[in-house]
Design a protein around this ligand. Sequence first.
Ligand SMILES: NC(=O)c1ccc[n+]([C@@H]2O[C@H](COP(=O)([O-])OP(=O)(O)OC[C@H]3O[C@@H](n4cnc5c(N)ncnc54)[C@H](O)[C@@H]3O)[C@@H](O)[C@H]2O)c1
Length: 441
Amino acid sequence: MPALTCIVGTGYVGMACVIGLAELGHSVHGYDVQLDRIERLRHGLTPYREAGIETLLRKHLAKGSVAFFDTLEAAATDAAIIVVAVGTPSRDDGSADLSAIETAIDALAALEFRRRPTIVIRSTVPPGTCDRFSERIERWGDLVYAPEFLREGSAVPDFLNPDRIVVGASTPGAAVPYVRLFEALQRPVLFTSRVNAELIKCCSNAFLALKISYANEVANLCDALYAGADDVLRGIGYDRRIGGDFLNPGIGFGGPCFEKDVKSIHHVAGQFQTGRELFSATLNVNASQPIRVVDVLEAELGDLAGREIGVWGLAFKSGTDDIRDSLAFRILDDLGRRGARVLAFDPAVPVAPLQNHCRLVPSALDAASADALLVLTEWPMFAQIDPHEYAPLVRQGLVIDGRNVLDAHRVINAGLRYRGVGRRTEPIGESVAATPLAAAY
Ligand SMILES: NC(=O)c1ccc[n+]([C@@H]2O[C@H](COP(=O)([O-])OP(=O)(O)OC[C@H]3O[C@@H](n4cnc5c(N)ncnc54)[C@H](O)[C@@H]3O)[C@@H](O)[C@H]2O)c1
């Protein structure tokens, strides 16, 4: 009989675990401190947008393979494996706030289990965390660290098709019940220590973030040289030793993971007075990238005070409605500081906490009815809109594509001025022959 698994925390990661494990044939219980979330899940409604997940949720509710509980006791006491997937946000000093994990562990420690459970921490935590927690757990359960590598927007497919399964445990035996859950996937399993597994997760995210900052540095250089970052980065990424993923220039990395995870490992490196430079550089490039976009806007439009700016995209990336730590909001704040008003549209974000200078509008064309248009999320639908539809609406005829998602030539052919990131091949108001590069040689 398959082992019963309880998932503590039904957010993005927790729900991917619930649905993914049910797809693998396991019985899964879900629990969350947000009881309205549990109520909605019981009715087949997920708290966020993720392609296909509600269909799968309803299928497994109907089959009885998943159930949601409003007490931890009801959800967890029969479970052989308990996965903790609660949030670990950044504190002001960059360190990870582990209070939700501590609360969950304390609540589990107060329960009477029918058998000794395996406790699997799936949240992202700084190295050393699980070994510190082990004393609290190992009297009544086995503690394993198993990081999650999914991407929002493809959470369940990623869960079911991982590049690797990483399991950190004090003995291989302690990891076995957890690894058995994934036997059907036939994916490589890396057994290691808990601290190694924690480092694998933090440093994987830090490396991906570094690639994004690197792509942005290259793109900024391309802008200065009137070179084309799309071709340059494609040419770099075709090298199999490098790979093209995460080499897309833009406004930088936002969202709930990369920035907090780089800050967290940067903080740990600081505590041990070792190797912080690459982490610092990654964060610094990322902090300046959104400001550059507004600087370009200001350079093109002049003083932004009293201007109305259209914004396409608020989610931190396409395929999700997640706006946590989305860089779009930092750009909106910057626009407000410079005196601009904003009309914002995102196909997945019907409501958002916006300051007074911003207004959410119901369509892309409503947002384009402004002095200039900024693209801040790479939704494919933005590229599908014929630029001739919005060209007459954009009063100053300027489009700044912060995600390089639009076809620059189509935008220009519709009579608009276009600026992307590292796509400054045709200087506005100058001929290509008069570029600094041509002058320099
Ligand atoms: N979102 C991602 O793409 C992603 C990917 C990989 C890893 N992670 C990591 O996974 C962890 C969870 O991320 P998320 O995006 O799913 O977070 P989330 O905020 O979407 O979900 C966390 C859930 O935990 C619940 N919760 C908090 N305290 C609880 C408690 N004591 N008991 C029960 N439930 C509790 C919250 O109510 C919330 O529903 C984080 O450490 C994150 O860094 C996230």
